[in-house]
Write a protein that binds this ligand. Structure first.
Ligand code: ADA
Length: 581
């Protein structure tokens, strides 16, 4: 892969996606893997999961990826990996650049310049569970955890000795409708101390120079207030996007770096027990979605992402929870462009005391939480941040990591809402920390063995939850059912219409949607879940026919079950519109 340095501004960003050399090494360690490089390599596509491949389906072990890069002599660069799973190391020319232990964490890695242009990139990934090494990933998570280079890889050429723009964050202000935004530009200084000057342009219009007094410079970079010309707000029904181009010049006027970002003008709030989008009451009608497809594992092609969002909109959804990990940036681009609100959350599933009090977990969790927010910051579709799905939030041991997570989120991004999906509707200790309360509940599915009419349990439970939340002093916080659903096996129809039939699932979801959206205390319902996905194997899968989580409204190939039309009907009935308060 060659990057031209002919670009006078050295701003080349190239995709490294495509065929790489690959070798599955199996039960070995990184030391041995590097000492005995494979004699046999095969080609594999990046991004992909090696345990979703034709050659090594379901296999766990160490794997190695190799690619030769041509980087012009004397030029540093920045490598970007969307996700290396689940443990990884990145080497360039034999030098270790980064080790990581979270399979859903975007990585930005600085590549120093060299006196030669042919560079060898080696990536080691290991998908074996090992709590000491990867406490962020545990075998009991109810979704299959893959290994590989799961998301995009990019390389950005830099210029030796020059400061460069690491990131640009655009924050719509409360005057977003007038186009007022705040911009933070993270700069990698190179110690030259040269005074920097700024130009900017919106939506490919003419650029404007920023007077020095309009830019606040500090150790992290540059901060400025800008006004978007001809501002158009972003919403699911009118997903209008703007583009900001930033030009950084040195003292001699030479262009030192240039970056572009896309953003949206919208505002999301929570007050008076309601959610608000652009000043209007907001009711969430959505689904939970895993990034997964039987032919690609967790590496869903963008065309499938587009089709998934179109299916959601066809069902009447305005919202999707990206369960249970940081989302593929391309999926968020699709949601920005098609107009789908998103709950993005950090990797987490049912952690309890042993994990939540483990120092490496706490550090890896915080690092990956920050990486998710910085990477997704400019997507208007993301309206809230989540973390630690169904962790032990009914216990005191969870307080430090919950308080730290909320503090990190507030510090980086005060513009979005914060929540977490709790399984402790009646005993959660941390509802005070969040902007809106989210409850996972499965009345009429789990724990109703002796109940002759499981569906009759739904509405009373929904009412009990809201009463309990309000009695505990949280009536001012919006309330959402973040998970509810049952398994329906595609094609399984039976005269008994009992559990696992499509008919039972359809009737269940009808009762669930009407119980929640027919109750004005609720600000939304998020069905579990969009499409069937592979989950854990082995003995744990005894609760999961096919070793799949079959609660999808569609099956894994996106074939609609009977519930699809039911959901579409119920979502179009619309909720009881909350009165403007
Ligand atoms: C939990 C969990 C989901 C899934 C669901 C289920 O709420 O958050 O990931 O496991 O239960 O299907 O039981």
């Amino acid at each position: 892969m060659c990057i031209s340095s002919k670009d006078d501004t050295g701003f080349g960003v190239v995709s490294l996606d495509g065929l790489w050399d690959f070798a599955f090494l199996g039960d070995t360690d990184e030391q041995s893997a590097l000492e005995h490089l494979p004699e046999q390599w095969r080609k594999t596509y990046v991004p992909s999961a090696f345990d979703a491949s034709v050659e090594t389906p379901g296999k766990r072990g160490m794997a190695m990826y190799r690619k030769t890069l041509i980087i012009p002599k004397g030029h540093p660069a920045e490598l970007y990996f969307g996700a290396l799973s689940i443990w990884s190391r990145v080497y360039l020319d034999g030098e270790l650049l980064r080790e990581n232990a979270c399979g859903y964490e975007p990585l930005h890695i600085y590549v120093p310049e060299a006196k030669y242009e042919r560079r060898e990139l080696l990536v080691l990934v290991d998908n074996r569970f090992d709590f000491e090494r990867v406490p962020m990933h545990e075998e009991h998570f109810d979704f299959y955890q893959y290994g590989g280079i799961l998301r995009e890889v990019k390389l950005r050429l830099l210029k030796a000795g020059d400061p460069w723009i690491k990131a640009i964050r655009v924050t719509p202000t409360d005057l977003y409708e007038a186009g007022k935004i705040h911009v933070d530009i993270d700069i990698a200084y190179t110690g030259t101390g040269q005074k920097l000057r700024w130009e900017y342009a919106f939506d490919n219009r003419a650029s404007s120079a920023l007077p020095e007094e309009a830019v606040e410079m500090d150790s992290t970079g540059a901060h400025m207030a800008l006004l978007v010309p001809d501002p158009q707000t972003w919403s699911p029904d009118a997903p209008h996007l703007h583009q900001l181009d930033v030009l950084m010049r040195g003292e001699n006027g030479k262009v030192v770096d240039r970056r572009s970002v896309r953003f949206g003008l919208r505002q999301v709030k929570a007050h008076g027990g309601k959610l608000w989008l652009n000043g209007e009451p907001l009711i969430l009608k959505g689904v939970n979605r895993h990034e997964w497809h039987p032919n690609f594992g967790p590496c869903t092609p963008v065309a499938q992402m587009v089709s998934d969002v179109q299916l959601m909109k066809d069902m009447g959804c305005n919202f999707v929870r990206g369960s249970h990990y940081a989302q593929d940036q391309r999926f968020l681009d699709v949601c920005d462009e098609l107009g789908m609100l998103v709950w993005e959350e950090n990797l987490g599933w049912g952690q309890r005391e042993f994990t939540l009090t483990c120092e490496k977990f706490i550090n890896d969790h915080r690092q990956s939480l920050k990486a998710m927010v910085y990477e997704s910051y400019n997507h208007p579709c993301v309206i809230c941040w989540g973390f630690l799905n169904e962790a032990g939030s009914d216990a005191e041991y969870a307080r430090p990591v919950f308080e730290d997570s909320v503090s990190v989120l507030r510090q980086i991004d005060p513009s979005r809402l914060i929540t977490f999906a709790s399984m402790y509707a009646f005993s959660d200790r941390y509802f005070d920390l969040v902007d809106f309360i989210s409850i996972n509940t499965y009345p009429g599915w789990y724990g109703c063995e002796d109940e002759p009419d499981p569906l009759s349990l739904i509405k009373p439970q929904i009412e009990r939850i809201s009463s309990s939340v309000d009695e505990r002093g949280f009536a001012e916080k919006p309330l959402v059912i973040s998970e509810i659903g049952v398994e329906g096996l595609y094609g399984w129809r039976d005269t008994h219409n009992d559990f696992f039939t499509e008919d039972f699932q359809a009737r269940y979801l009808q009762a669930a949607i009407r119980s929640v959206l027919g109750n004005t205390r609720y600000s939304g319902i998020v069905l579990w879940h969009f499409s069937d996905v592979r989950t854990y194997g082995g003995g744990r899968s005894l609760m999961r026919p096919r070793a799949f989580n079959n609660k999808g409204v569609l099956d894994e190939y996106r074939r609609p079950k009977q519930a699809y039309e039911t959901v579409k009907m119920c979502f179009s009935e619309g909720p009881i519109e909350p009165s403007r308060q």
